[in-house]
Design a protein around this ligand. Structure first.
Ligand SMILES: Nc1nc2c(ncn2[C@@H]2O[C@H](COP(=O)(O)OP(=O)(O)OP(=O)(O)O)[C@@H](O)[C@H]2O)c(=O)[nH]1
Ligand SMILES: [Mg+2]
Length: 399
């Protein structure tokens, strides 16, 4: 069996999987949800033949599985659910090969006994949804004793556990009891200003990964698809006709451009969904008469893709000037040398030198997919290898 992973690139890179015998606390602040992280880790393990046990007291198994399906997480095996919810509400829930029903979810002893029996059978991954509801139904010490029970069983079975927890401002002492029992902790929080306009997560501790700095990232929970790392503004800039609009249309499905006679006169916008990332791409015009827009478009960008035409080195100083005018110096940047298959296109080393790029600065070649269909008044589709390479490199810099 493989070490469980979340199926969320950034988390799996940070944690390098969850080794057996480890407990991960996934703690969310009250205004943001953590349940999708649960759906995603269950799905990604069940489909890879890891046996998963879900202790569920937040909703019924039927509703839980339907919610999972809304995110496109459909599973038909490798999941057993302990239903500690239905009998509180009068919903009928029958014991099946994949559900264990707690007859009296108000009875601590029954919960402890059924959980203990089930854990004896050996699972690769145990998920609790949710630990905070156990605290609210009983008390903190009971929830802590359940964590202890799980921890103790993990030692003898090759298994790891993920506990979903919402921090309803419990006392510091109590929180510490959970903190000291967990090997890793992931925090999920909202950026709040009367309304929540962003959510982010970060690994705040992990006792099996040494010498790494963990950073926080924004995310969105997307139906279907699940947790996607989210970059709200990536700026695409570069001289006129270099291929900025073409790049944005090639990278996103539903891009819109404000263009006239083939040149951008206001901006391009594209929504990108790529390898577990979501991003909003904003493209600038290239013509100098629109330079007053550059600073505005560059505001709040978190990364930049600079596009140049490989056949027009005389435009390179202009490219550098545009970077300055967008006031994005210092942000992670990837350079794209477009039109790389046209006669006269410079080699990458040459471009690197003329643009004064360091030897490790990310630089990618792109070119039109189909040279026989270039319309001077339309963006063209660029071959995806180069586009994807540039995006991957930028996202790596940003996470
Ligand atoms: N041959 C060739 N033509 C390309 C390539 N990429 C883009 N083009 C064409 O070059 C022209 C300019 O492309 P755009 O994507 O509109 O360039 P832009 O950088 O957005 O231009 P502005 O918005 O005016 O600054 C269009 O006619 C494209 O079809 C390429 O790799 N090879
Ligand atoms: Mg354009």
């Amino acid at each position: 069996m493989n070490d469980p992973v979340f199926g969320i690139g950034k988390l799996d890179d940070d944690l390098e999987g969850i080794p057996f015998k480890k407990v991960v606390l996934l703690s969310a602040s009250p205004a943001v949800g953590n349940e999708v992280f649960g759906y995603q880790i269950i799905y990604n393990n069940a489909i890879h033949k890891n046996k998963v046990l879900l202790f569920l007291n937040r909703t019924s198994p039927q509703v839980y599985l339907t919610e999972m399906k809304d995110y496109d997480f459909k599973i038909d095996s490798n999941l057993v659910i302990i239903d500690s919810y239905s009998n509180l509400t009068g919903i009928k829930s029958a014991e099946t090969a994949t559900t264990r029903v707690i007859n009296n979810p108000s009875d601590k002893e029954e919960i402890r006994k059924r959980l203990s029996e089930e854990l004896e059978k050996g699972y690769d991954l145990v998920v609790f949804d949710s630990l905070s509801l156990l605290i609210d139904s009983f008390d903190f010490d009971f929830a802590v004793s359940m964590v202890d029970l799980v921890k103790q069983k993990l030692q003898t079975k090759d298994s790891s556990a993920v506990m979903l927890f919402t921090d309803w401002e419990y006392g510091e002492n109590d929180i510490n009891k959970l903190g000291t029992r967990s090997n890793a902790q992931i925090e999920i929080k909202g950026i709040e200003k009367r309304v929540i306009f962003g959510q982010y997560f970060a690994v705040i501790k992990c006792d099996w990964v040494k010498g790494k700095q963990f950073s926080s990232v924004l995310f969105k929970a997307v139906k279907p698809g699940g947790i996607k790392i989210y970059f709200p503004k990536i700026l695409i800039t570069g001289p006129t006709d270099a291929g900025k609009t073409s790049f944005i249309h090639s990278a996103s499905k539903d891009a819109v451009s404000v263009d006239r006679l083939g040149g951008t006169i206001a901006l391009d916008h594209g929504n990108l969904d790529f390898e577990g990332y979501k991003a909003d791409l904003f493209g600038t015009p290239g013509q100098e008469r629109f330079d007053p827009l550059l600073k505005l478009l560059g505001g709040e960008a978190i990364g930049v893709i600079l596009i140049v035409d490989s056949t027009k080195p005389d435009q390179f100083p202009r490219a550098i000037e545009m970077l300055r005018k967008t006031e994005t110096y210092g942000l992670p940047i990837v350079v794209v040398a477009n039109k790389a298959n046209l006669p006269g296109a410079l080699a990458l080393d040459d471009i690197r030198e003329r643009l004064h790029l360091g030897k490790d600065a990310p630089l990618f070649q792109t070119f039109a997919e189909d040279l026989s269909h270039i319309d001077p008044n339309e963006p063209t589709k660029l071959k995806k290898e180069g586009v994807n390479g540039a995006l991957r490199a930028l996202f790596k810099e940003l996470t």
